[in-house]
Design a binder for this molecule. Structure first.
Ligand code: SF4
Length: 251
């Protein structure tokens, strides 16, 4: 979608595209009630009048599982628990029926049981509202639970993409392999945690060639240090940007 000018951007932001953030406490304005913020958004993005916007906002709060929705409507973000705030954020994001919901670490600040509830809720609502969802997360468990496709990034660069099943079961980029190896194992508590060696370089001093070469256990030397790897197909639904693949294909 190509947008021209601030008017079209305003219609898209919060209308066609909505976003929920990691810490809803920082996303709601602290001195304005949850309800007033929901109504304001609806007045901008729909043709609802104030009364209809209020009624619909309360319905949405109820729809995401917030009890006493009419009471919560008049409360401030600090008066709600973390899980409830995140639900209110989801209600607000979905109230304009967006085509795309961008969810940036939406469950990271929540405890594990609430995380599961929020993920289930989002999956249900995605189906009901027929929208796409872009999850930004470090949590591979959340990805496995929610996504169809995955794109792995390192230092702002896409390095592997494909179906969740392909990428998580058969990771072919050394960084993705490192991420999966670093997951704690609940089936064998004696296995030591395996970290990816080294530190993430500053984005202002990005390594030349492959951005992962300063930490890569499979570093091939000159080619990795000087040439940016291009995507190659692992299979029809899975691609990786790594010189190992081109080397394998050439041998
Ligand atoms: S391109 Fe080279 S340095 Fe980068 S991930 Fe592949 S093997 Fe490692």
């Amino acid at each position: 979608m190509k947008l021209h000018g601030s008017k079209e951007l305003k219609v898209a932001r919060g209308g066609a595209i909505s976003m929920i953030f990691q810490e809803p406490m920082a996303s709601f304005a602290p001195a304005i009630t949850i309800g007033a913020q929901m109504v304001e958004q609806l007045l901008i993005h729909t043709n609802y009048n104030k009364a209809k916007a209020k009624k619909y906002s309360i319905e949405m709060l109820d729809r995401v599982g917030i009890s006493d929705a009419d009471k919560r409507f008049d409360q401030f973000a600090f008066e709600l628990s973390g899980g409830m705030r995140q639900r209110a954020m989801i209600a607000m994001a979905l109230s304009t029926k967006p085509k795309l919901l961008i969810a940036d670490e939406p469950t990271t600040a929540l405890d594990v049981t609430i995380q599961l509830q929020v993920i289930d809720l989002m999956k249900d609502l995605v189906k009901e509202f027929g929208m796409g969802i872009l999850f930004i997360t470090h949590d591979l468990g959340v990805i496995a639970q929610t996504a169809d496709n995955i794109a792995v990034m390192y230092l702002g660069k896409l390095i592997e993409k494909g179906s969740v099943r392909d990428v998580l079961r058969n990771p072919s980029h050394p960084y993705t392999q490192g991420l999966i190896d670093a997951l704690p194992r609940l089936d064998n508590l004696d296995v030591p945690l395996k970290a990816i060696e080294g530190d993430i370089p500053s984005p202002l001093e990005r390594p030349s060639g492959c951005v992962f070469h300063t930490r890569c256990p499979a570093d091939l030397g000159d080619v990795c240090h000087n040439q940016i790897p291009q995507f190659s197909a692992v299979n029809a639904a899975h691609e990786t940007a790594c010189h190992l693949l081109t080397k394998e294909a050439a041998s």
